[in-house]
Design a protein around this ligand. Structure first.
Ligand SMILES: Cc1ncc(COP(=O)(O)O)c(C=O)c1O
Length: 386
């Protein structure tokens, strides 16, 4: 497991969106792919499938064992008892967010969304004709937390869904039990369905613990739909597969009403690679999380030293640094500014909701040498603006 070697020619040769979008002058640090090679068993399987021409329609029944594997892993890693009868495989988590709002929220109904937020939460509401009720997280001095009074005040008769993102993208928060319990209490009192995106469950740093929302109580489980995937933790964003866990027959039955083929079908790599990731790659996962934690600390130290005007709270999970650049007052906003003047491609804070204006998100899942170049370019460009 070597996460530290920088092979820029390999990265520049990749066909994926991350390295293709901006061309050769720019260092990309945006979409949530890592710049590391995947674990060897995963790469071996892909080579094998290619070498044997095993790229036909997948054998559907292989999905069954994957559900069991998910349930076994959920118990082992998170103490979460999952009924495999309540698990479905979908194409990706974003599909789950879109379907979830379509199914569990009536047209015109409201969904509470903690902002800033991974942009598809907001578009899922807007494009489905549901109301996105932004609940901005607030900085309590050391970390982003829910404003429970504001959340409560934003609820009306049309509010039907509470959307949860834990670990949270982009702030990197891993919400603690008492924070989740406060949300759960509101969901119960207002009869809200909970849609929980927990895709970053396995990228959590020392001192923090991911708690599946559905484990808070049986009553909460019964109103929660959770989305998971191996794709973030094992760097498999292109394989297009995710897991949906329904906390009750009632929730699952409503999902089953969606015509099967309108959900799409899995590609031939998604199921086997997820199985291999979960069965054979936990050592790789531990290694990458440890390396990412080192990168997180590197960012923290670098910003304090070279970019002190950037507001920043070290993430507890994910591989994102959420940078508050408002004080820098960069012409065109941080995204445009850093792209043009630093030749660094970040994620613009604006699509993350009102609360993201003046922010940029840096993906630090890259060899440290490259991370350093990215940050150096940013720091130099800020000095030029002063
Ligand atoms: C919070 C969150 N949810 C969902 C996704 C996308 O997942 P998928 O590719 O399964 O749609 C991402 C990708 O970065 C994410 O950060």
């Amino acid at each position: 497991m070597d996460f530290d070697t920088l092979d820029i020619a390999r990265l520049r040769g990749l066909a994926g969106n991350k390295w293709r979008r901006y061309g050769d002058e720019v260092l990309p640090a945006w979409v949530a792919d890592m710049d590391f090679l995947q674990a060897a068993p995963i790469r071996d399987y892909v080579s094998h499938a290619g070498a044997t021409g095993d790229l036909g329609y997948p054998f559907g029944e292989s999905a069954g064992p994957l559900k069991e594997l998910f349930a076994e892993r959920a118990m082992r890693r998170y103490g979460w008892s999952v009924d495999t009868e309540h698990v479905d495989l979908i194409i990706d988590v974003v599909q789950g967010l879109y379907l979830g709002l379509d199914i569990y929220c009536e047209p015109g109904g409201g969904a509470i969304i903690p902002t800033p937020i991974y942009p598809y939460f907001l578009t899922a509401a807007e494009e489905n004709g549901r109301r996105a009720i932004a609940n901005p997280l607030v900085l309590d001095g050391t970390r982003f937390v829910y404003d429970m009074d504001a959340l409560e005040a934003s609820i009306d008769d049309t509010t039907q869904v509470l959307m949860v993102c834990n670990p949270h993208n982009p702030t990197g928060r891993v919400f603690e039990r008492k924070e989740l319990e406060a949300l759960a209490e509101v969901a119960l009192r207002h009869d809200l369905t909970v849609i929980a995106d927990e895709i970053f469950a396995d990228v959590v740093y020392e001192g923090h613990q991911y708690i599946p929302f559905a484990t808070l109580s049986p009553e909460i489980a019964a109103r929660t739909v959770t989305f998971h995937s191996a794709t973030k933790a094992f760097n498999l964003g292109g394989i297009r597969i995710a897991v949906a866990v329904f906390g009750s027959d009632a929730l699952h039955d409503r999902f089953k009403n969606v015509p099967r083929r309108s959900l799409g079908g899995h590609n031939c790599l998604g199921i086997p690679l997820t199985r291999i990731a979960w069965q054979q790659c936990d050592d790789w996962l531990a290694g990458v999380v440890s390396y990412l934690q080192g990168n997180r600390d590197f960012v923290t130290e670098f910003l304090a030293r070279r970019m002190p005007a950037v507001g920043y709270v070290a993430p507890e999970a994910t591989f994102f640094a959420w940078m508050d650049c408002r004080e820098l007052d960069l012409p065109g906003g941080p995204y445009e500014y850093f792209l043009e003047h630093a030749k660094v491609g970040l994620s613009d804070g604006v699509p993350f909701g009102e609360a993201g204006k003046g922010f940029a998100r840096v993906n630090f899942a890259t060899p440290r040498k490259l991370l350093e170049q990215i940050l150096e370019r940013m720091a130099d460009s800020i000095e030029k603006n002063e």
